[in-house]
Ligand binder design. Structure first.
Ligand code: SF4
Length: 429
C-alpha cells in the first residue's frame, strides 16, 4: 500500500495493518486508533481482509426461531425495554403446551435451532427449565436448543438453591449438567453488556458482573458446551471500555482454545490488570492467520469455546435511558470492524440483522462480519424497526443480501456446520 495512492490514509494505521497481515494480536492502543481515526474506510478494509482470510468467499446464515419464555424479571436494568413486573400489563410466562407448540412449529418449518431466553422470573421453579428443554427435545429432536444467558443461569442456580456466593462455579456446574442432560445444546451469550465496573454500576448494577459472567462461560466450556458472547454498546459506555471488554473476551477465548490443545505465543501482548478472572492463564492464541485451523464441534469432548461475538447496538426507546441517542450507522459499522480486528481468536463475528437492519447487516459483511443470523420469526427483546414482535425474514431475503455483498450464502447449524437441505428436511455435512 503506498500512501501517495491513498491521500486520506491515516499513516498511524500502517503499523497496525502490518500486524493484522501477520496475524499478530493488537494492543488496546491499536484498538483506540482503530476506533478514533477519521480514516474509517481503511479500518473497514482491514477488517474485511481478516474475515476474508478466515472465511474466504462465504457468509453464513441459519434457519432458526426465537422463543422468549417469560418477560417477568426480578431486575430492572436501565437499558431494558423487555422486562415486566408480575401483574403489569403485557407480562407473560409461557406454559409447556405453548412451548411444545412452538417446538413443533420450529421442527415443521425446518428450523435447525431454537434460541431461548427470558427474564429472571422469580416465580418459576428450576424444574420449569428442565421440563421446557425435555418437552422441546420430544417434539423437535433434531432442533438445536441454544438457551439461557449467563445471567439466567446464575438465577437458575439461585432458585435451585445451589448458588454459593463464594463459589459461583459449583452451582452453575450443577445447573448446566442438568440442563445439558435435559437437552441444552449451547449458550447464546447475552448479558455481557460491557465489562466495566463503572458501566455495570450505572446501567445494570443488580445484574451479574464480568467475573460471574466469565465464570459461567468457563464452566460451560468445561462441560463441553459451546457458547457465544455479545457486547451491548452505545449507552453509558465509552470506547476505551469497549476495548477492555474485547480484551477480556479474547483472553477468555485463549483459555478455551488452550484447553482444546491450541498452543500460543507466551510472549505476545496481554493488557495489564484487565482480566478479572484468575482462571485465565493461557498464552495468547490467534486464529486470524493464513491456514489457521478453526475449532470444530468434534473437539467438544475436550471442551467448548466461543463461536461468535455479536456486537449489539443499544436502542434507547422504551428503556430508562431513553434520553440517550444510541449509536448510529457509521459507529455500528466501525464497531463490527474493530471487533473483528481485536477479537483475533473468535471464529465468527455476527451482524445480527434484527438489531442492525438487513441492509446494514449486508454492509457489515464488507466490514468484518461473516454471519447475519437467521430467519428468527418472533423476537421480543428489542429491534431496529417496527412496534411488533413479528420479525421474520425469508431465506430468500438472506440469500439476496449475502449474494449482493459478493459472498456465497452458506446455511449453517448452530455449531457452524454446513447444512444440506431439501425443503424442510435437512442434515449437516
Ligand atoms: S436485561 Fe435481562 S436481567 Fe435486565 S431487566 Fe431485562 S430481562 Fe431482566
Amino acid at each position: 500500500m503506498t500512501t501517495a495512492a491513498l491521500p486520506n490514509l491515516d499513516t498511524q494505521l500502517l503499523p497496525i495493518a502490518e500486524k493484522v497481515h501477520r496475524g499478530e494480536r493488537l494492543t488496546l492502543d491499536d484498538g483506540w486508533i482503530l476506533y478514533t481515526t477519521p480514516d474509517i474506510w481503511t479500518v473497514l478494509e482491514l477488517a474485511k481482509s481478516v474475515r476474508d482470510r478466515m472465511h474466504p468467499g462465504v457468509a453464513y446464515y441459519n434457519i432458526n426461531r426465537h422463543l422468549n419464555y417469560s418477560n417477568v424479571c426480578a431486575l430492572s436494568c436501565k437499558f431494558c425495554e423487555f422486562y415486566r413486573k408480575k401483574g403489569q400489563e403485557g407480562e407473560y410466562t409461557r406454559d409447556l403446551d405453548y412451548i411444545r407448540a412452538e417446538g413443533k412449529k420450529a421442527a415443521e418449518s425446518g428450523a435447525t435451532e431454537m434460541h431461548i431466553v427470558g427474564g429472571l422470573n422469580p416465580y418459576l421453579p428450576f424444574e420449569y427449565y428442565t421440563d421446557m428443554l425435555k418437552a422441546l427435545r420430544e417434539v423437535a429432536p433434531s432442533v438445536h436448543l441454544k438457551a439461557f444467558t449467563a445471567v439466567e443461569l446464575v438465577h437458575l442456580a439461585r432458585i435451585a438453591k445451589v448458588y454459593k456466593k463464594n463459589d459461583t462455579k459449583a452451582g452453575v456446574r450443577w445447573v448446566l449438567e442438568r440442563l445439558k442432560e435435559a437437552g441444552l445444546g449451547s449458550l447464546p451469550g447475552g448479558g455481557a453488556e460491557v465489562f466495566d465496573e463503572r458501566v455495570h454500576k450505572e446501567a445494570f448494577k443488580t445484574k451479574i458482573g464480568a467475573h460471574e459472567w466469565l465464570d459461567v462461560h468457563l464452566v460451560a466450556h468445561e462441560v463441553g458446551l459451546n457458547s457465544n458472547c455479545t457486547m451491548l454498546y452505545g449507552h453509558v459506555d465509552k470506547k476505551a471500555e469497549r476495548l477492555r471488554h474485547m480484551e477480556i473476551l479474547r483472553r477468555s477465548q485463549d483459555q478455551a482454545l488452550h484447553r482444546l490443545g491450541y498452543t500460543g505465543d507466551p510472549d505476545a501482548y496481554i493488557a495489564d490488570g484487565i482480566v478479572e478472572s484468575e482462571q485465565i492463564n493461557a498464552p495468547v492464541i490467534t486464529l486470524n492467520i493464513d491456514d489457521a485451523v478453526l475449532p470444530t464441534p468434534e473437539m467438544s469432548s475436550r471442551g467448548g469455546y466461543y463461536q461468535t461475538i455479536t456486537p449489539l447496538p443499544f436502542f434507547p426507546d422504551g428503556s430508562e435511558l431513553e434520553h440517550l441517542s444510541g449509536p448510529a450507522g457509521l459507529e455500528n459499522l466501525r464497531t463490527i470492524a474493530v471487533t473483528r480486528l481485536m477479537l483475533d481468536n473468535f471464529p465468527h463475528v455476527k451482524a445480527f440483522w434484527i438489531m442492525q437492519t438487513l441492509p446494514m447487516a449486508q454492509l457489515m459483511l464488507e466490514a468484518g462480519a461473516d454471519d447475519i443470523d437467521g430467519t428468527v420469526v418472533w423476537y421480543d427483546i428489542t429491534k431496529a424497526v417496527g412496534e411488533g414482535t413479528h420479525q421474520e425474514t425469508t431465506e430468500l431475503d438472506l440469500h439476496r443480501a449475502i449474494e449482493e455483498a459478493g459472498y456465497e450464502p452458506v446455511e449453517r447449524d448452530t455449531l457452524y456446520r454446513r447444512v444440506s437441505r431439501d425443503g424442510n428436511s435437512w442434515s449437516v455435512e
